[in-house]
Design a protein around this ligand. Structure first.
Ligand code: TRP
Length: 450
């Protein structure tokens, strides 16, 4: 079975694909503003600590189960369950995971489509087509539909091409491009007036704010979203890793890349906001907090670019192009979850599965666009606040309690013969068994009560 499935051709290919999945809109715009309004460098330290002690172990649970089964989450959880009841629960978890992955894609495609539209708007403006440029940033239904369909089409095309020719090839091209663009933007923005003040806000630690329990829980939630955990994305990417590879090292690399890009994005976004302030753009809400989320991306930054003349148009194009790349390498990882399931469990061809499921998800996106005020926030909360932690909990329980410790060790030994002597094996099994499920339950309780 393993031979008929796709496999990443190299370690670099896997790291680019998994980092491509992890690095997305969450890193480049979620993390920086959260850090800025929640204690700067102290938030960063809390985030780093939580990522390595909790999100990384959960990532490893998905990668190890995936590589062992060389199959999608439904078959994988069935395979590692010792009895019928656990098999049934495992199958339900896998199925729920692919539904949640599809729903995440349905709203992610909408946000990503705005990035492409803003990117093209800067180009139109550079070419002197001002009315087209304005239409592209208009948030009208026709524009939203057009670009959502375009983005979904791109995602479907890459997934149709398969693991090596699609996911790996495009991630390996786009991720280095993303890094180069990000570094260039950072270097440019840091030369502008006001940038240093933003850097200070980002890097000066305020421990009092960063250590509040509510914040720690919020930081953990975003660490889980950022590493694409819970819905089986990392499990399916893990299933395409060759048996020769050392899993704890690969997972560690992906985690380091994910965090580094988030931290670097902070060095772009925060200074940019203070440059905007310096140029007369409003960056604080009436309550005195830094503007964040969609207003930051679609209002504050475009206003900043508008104060910068011709250079501003180029910077704007580069920034939204970067966001579009980040979104695309993440969206393909979401579509791969239901597609792999449909191919392996129901025998569909990759092309049919990618088109049918991608098409169905685009219909859900259309429904969200038609009923935006009621559905958009609801789908985000349902998937990321409630379902993701719940599913993450299930994966940890399966790795920690259901699957035998001996088989896990065997799986790890394949690419890392001396695993038993290493630190990973001394700590990880304990973490994934006790600490991860407990903390995830705490997040879940918090989001249900709060
Ligand atoms: N991690 C991506 C980001 O930071 C989003 C993402 C990709 C994701 N695949 C996922 C989130 C699966 C949850 C589940 O934007």
């Amino acid at each position: 079975m393993a031979s008929s499935r796709g496999e990443f051709s190299s370690r670099f290919g896997f790291v680019m694909a998994a980092a491509g999945s992890a690095v997305g809109l969450g890193n480049i715009w979620g993390f920086p503003t959260q850090a800025a309004s929640n204690g700067g460098a102290a938030f960063l330290l809390v985030y780093l600590f939580l990522t390595f002690t909790l999100a990384y172990p959960a990532l490893m649970a998905e990668l190890i189960i995936g590589r062992h089964a060389h199959a999608n989450a439904v078959s994988a959880l069935r395979l590692i369950s010792p009895n019928t009841l656990l098999k049934r629960i495992g199958v339900s978890t896998g199925v729920f995971g692919f539904i949640v992955a599809s729903l995440i894609l349905s709203f992610y495609a909408i946000v990503a489509s705005w990035m492409i539209a803003f990117c093209l708007s800067s180009l139109a403006s550079l070419a002197g087509m001002e009315s087209l440029s304005r239409w592209l940033t208009s948030f009208s239904l026709p524009r939203n539909m057009l670009f959502m369909l375009l983005f979904s089409g791109l995602t479907i095309t890459i997934i149709t091409a398969g693991v090596k020719q699609g996911i790996e090839r495009w991630s390996a091209r786009l991720m280095p491009a993303l890094l180069v663009l990000l570094v260039l933007l950072v270097l440019y923005v840091l030369t502008l007036d006001g940038a240093m003040e933003g850097l200070k806000v980002y890097l000066l630690p305020d421990f009092e704010r960063a250590l509040s329990p509510k914040l720690i829980i919020a930081a953990l939630g975003s660490a889980f979203f950022s590493l694409s955990l819970g819905v089986g994305t990392m499990l399916i990417y893990g299933s395409y890793i060759s048996d020769k590879e050392n899993l704890p090292v690969l997972g560690g690399l992906v985690t380091v890349v994910d965090i580094s890009i988030a931290v670097l994005a902070g060095v772009l976004v925060l200074p940019a906001m203070y440059v905007a302030l310096h140029n007369g753009v409003q960056i604080f809400t009436e309550a005195g907090a830094l503007i964040s989320e969609d207003t930051l991306i679609f209002t504050v930054l475009p206003e900043l670019f508008a104060t910068m003349g011709l250079v501003g148009k180029v910077v704007s194009f580069t920034f939204f192009f970067l966001m579009s790349i980040a979104a695309l390498t993440s969206s393909i990882s979401m579509l791969e979850v239901p597609v792999a399931y449909t191919i392996e469990e129901h025998g569909f061809s990759r092309k049919t599965a990618a088109r049918a499921i991608g098409g169905a998800i685009a219909i859900v996106s259309t429904l969200i666009l038609l009923n935006f005020d009621n559905l958009f926030g609801f789908v985000i909360a349902f998937t990321t606040r409630y379902s993701q932690p719940l599913l993450g909990f299930m994966f940890c329980v399966y790795a920690g309690w259901v699957w035998s410790r001996h088989s896990i060790l065997e799986e790890l030994r394949k690419g890392y013969p001396e695993v038993e002597q290493g630190l990973f094996w001394k700590i990880w099994p304990w973490y994934v068994k006790f600490l991860c499920p407990l903390i995830i339950l705490a997040i879940l309780a918090q989001s249900l009560i709060g």
